[in-house]
Design a protein around this ligand. Structure first.
Ligand code: NAP
Length: 384
């Protein structure tokens, strides 16, 4: 044994599936793939999202990731050029025909998953017309109750009301940019072009909200459908963690079953713990929340570790000390696995900052793994 305690903190790097026909068509991507593409993640550098076939993109979901994607599609490339966006994405966005993004939510404006700060930011994009249909803003008694219970939802709703009253000109095919929020619509099918080769639109089912008192309202289909034409669909319905071999995994919820961060042997209720194994973050409680949420969440796991340590429930503390990182390094060397240390990462980061400064950007992402590794190595050989 190398350590007394291991904390799993590898997050969520896959996506929830919609489970509707057409999900695999060319031109349909998970929002995560699109985010990785514009952030220069080596695995998505070649995504080639279709920014040419149509002037409209549909984003399914209305969380902050959906807003991030819409912002990249709608912001001027002159402004994007001063950010750390990856160069290949900037080049393709400069040629983009997309002028209109439709953000689709299966519930109403009171249940929109985005937060006020991010919504305000997108509403502040110069020349962007943010539209909400007035009929979607009507409030039911249950909505009023939800808003009373959540200041954050109330703020988002108020901003959407403001957007609905905005007088900025709408998209008319002449270069103006538009973000349209569509509520009460559940994706039923992704539609293909006549030759079946690629996406041509989405079919949406109108919904109404239902729910018991004190429970979140659910979207229920009405059997009435409508279609929106588009050339690009981004599914932004949430991330999903992936299991690793040998680890118990709750496939339904997409997380590691745990109690206050202590990893459980199985998903069954009353299961015992795996001594010394803990979990934090999205892998622990699912893919929601910002850095602040994860800090509070990590506190709980640390408390569990301290409790187990003080009660004598952890591995080898009474005998000799496990070898820790020294032992791990030896094991990795034995298996010929090279590692990137934090210092190596700092060297790559410095190289990215230097590349960015030549272009007036905070940094320019290096998108090739071999190049990153060679920078880490080169610089290391120069340092004592
Ligand atoms: P999210 O906030 O959970 O939003 C997911 C969206 O997808 C919701 O609108 C949800 O609607 C919808 N959805 C889920 N399943 C669906 C289905 N089967 N059909 C149709 N719609 C479906 O997830 P996220 O946007 O991926 O963000 C993840 C977390 O990262 C969030 O906590 C977010 O705040 C955070 N984040 C923060 C920032 C920032 O602070 N700048 C940036 C990015 C992400 P329902 O509500 O009806 O389920």
């Amino acid at each position: 044994m190398l350590y007394d305690v291991v904390v799993l903190a590898y997050g969520a790097e896959s996506d929830r599936k919609l489970g509707v026909p057409g999900e695999e068509l060319v031109g349909v991507h998970a929002a995560r793939e699109f985010v990785w593409w514009y952030n220069g993640h080596p695995d998505q550098v070649n995504l080639q999202p279709d920014l040419q076939s149509s002037d409209t993109a549909v984003v399914l979901g209305q969380g902050n990731v959906a807003l991030d994607c819409a912002r990249i599609l709608l912001r001027s490339t002159e402004e994007l050029a001063t950010t750390d966006i990856a160069e290949h994405a900037l080049v393709q966005l400069r040629e983009s025909r997309i002028r209109r993004v439709v953000l689709v939510g299966r519930r109403g404006p009171v249940q929109a998953a985005c937060t006020a700060k991010e919504l305000r930011e997108i509403m502040g994009i110069k020349g962007l017309s943010v539209k909400v249909r007035a009929c979607d803003l009507a409030l039911s008694p249950a909505d009023l109750e939800e808003m009373k219970a959540s200041r954050s939802h109330k703020r988002v709703y108020e901003l959407l009301v403001k957007a609905a009253g905005s007088k900025l000109p709408v998209h008319n095919g002449s270069g103006g940019r538009e973000l349209l929020f569509v509520f009460y619509r559940n994706p039923a099918e992704i539609l293909s072009s006549d030759d079946g080769a690629r996406v041509a639109g989405v079919k949406l089912e109108k919904t109404v909200l239902q729910g018991e008192k004190d429970k979140p309202q659910r979207a229920v289909g009405t059997g009435e459908f409508e279609e929106v034409s588009c050339g690009l669909v981004l599914k932004s319905i949430g991330y999903k963690s992936i299991p690793i071999p040998g680890l118990t995994f709750d496939h339904r919820q997409g997380l590691v079953p745990n109690s206050k961060g202590r990893v459980l042997r199985s998903v069954e209720e009353g299961s015992s713990f795996v001594a010394g194994l803990f979990v934090v973050g999205w892998l622990k409680r699912g893919p929601t929340g910002i850095i602040g949420t994860n800090l509070i969440d990590a506190d709980e796991t640390v408390e569990s570790i301290v409790e187990d340590w003080t009660s004598g429930g952890l591995g080898s503390q009474s005998s000799s000390c496990p070898p820790g990182s020294r032992g791990l390094q030896e094991l990795l060397e034995e298996r010929c696995i090279s590692i990137v240390t934090f210092d190596d990462w700092l060297k790559i980061h410095s190289a990215e900052v230097a590349l960015g400064s030549e272009k007036g950007k905070p940094q320019e992402k290096i998108i090739c793994r071999e190049e990153m590794l060679s920078i880490a190595k080169q610089v290391s050989s120069q340092t004592p």
